[in-house]
Design a protein around this ligand. Structure first.
Ligand SMILES: [Mg+2]
Length: 220
């Protein structure tokens, strides 16, 4: 399916997305998370590093990142973009990368009930796993699982293999094949996914928490 030409949601999707009075019920043991743009706020770090290290992009704001193709939406030299992205992939644990607001209390509360599964398109699991262990400090490391697929298009197979039914993702293009194959995407709203779509969407972790816990709230 072409993400630029969204089809109408199928009957099945409408049923999956239909919200009852209390909203959809999400089985916690069938849920997994993307990391970058969902848990890890790497784009804020990206912009900060562009300013600090290269003295570039002082006028750029987070809201200017309207596509994954950074060279299309940010007037930064491509080599700077490449260098910073490489570094964010290779050593996020050594950079000032913050989690999104309330991600830590919500994930900490969830981890008290089920193991946490993260599925990332990164090609290496270890650096971002180190970052997760440190960031999710209250969560025992043994209940944090990270799968690095190396390719956003293969996330589907990993999710299927692990019996995942719901996946929190910020890349709209990744949501389409998931939905077509029986996995319900939960789009984590970001400036780069503001195109029309039929998916369940959350605006931040408190809203996500309200889909997971009876009384909502971020725990803590
Ligand atoms: Mg992402």
């Amino acid at each position: 399916m072409n993400p630029n030409n969204p089809q109408k949601p199928s009957q099945r999707h409408r049923r999956l997305l239909s919200k009852g009075p209390k909203g959809p019920r999400i089985p916690k043991d069938r849920l997994a998370f993307d990391i970058d743009g969902v848990v890890a706020d790497i784009m804020t770090t990206f912009l900060n590093l562009a300013r600090q290290r290269y003295d570039k992009g002082h006028h750029l704001r987070y809201e200017h990142i309207t596509t994954f193709y950074l060279e299309e939406c940010l007037d930064l030299e491509p080599w700077i973009i490449d260098e910073l992205i490489r570094e964010l992939i290779d050593r996020p644990h050594e950079l000032p990368v913050e989690p999104f607001p309330h991600a830590v209390p919500v994930l900490t509360r969830l981890a008290q009930e089920v193991p946490l599964l993260f599925v990332t398109a990164r090609d290496r699991a270890r650096p971002i796993t180190t970052w997760l262990h440190r960031t999710l400090d209250p969560v025992p490391p043994e209940v944090i699982r990270v799968l690095a697929t190396g390719d956003p298009d293969t996330k589907l197979h990993y999710l299927k293999d692990h019996g995942i039914q719901y996946f929190v993702e910020d890349r709209l293009e990744t949501c389409w094949p998931l939905a077509e194959n029986g996995i319900t995407p939960i789009l984590f709203a970001q400036p780069w996914n503001r195109q029309p779509h039929p998916f369940l969407e959350v605006n931040g972790w408190p809203e996500l928490a309200s889909l997971l816990f009876e009384e909502g709230g971020g725990g803590g």
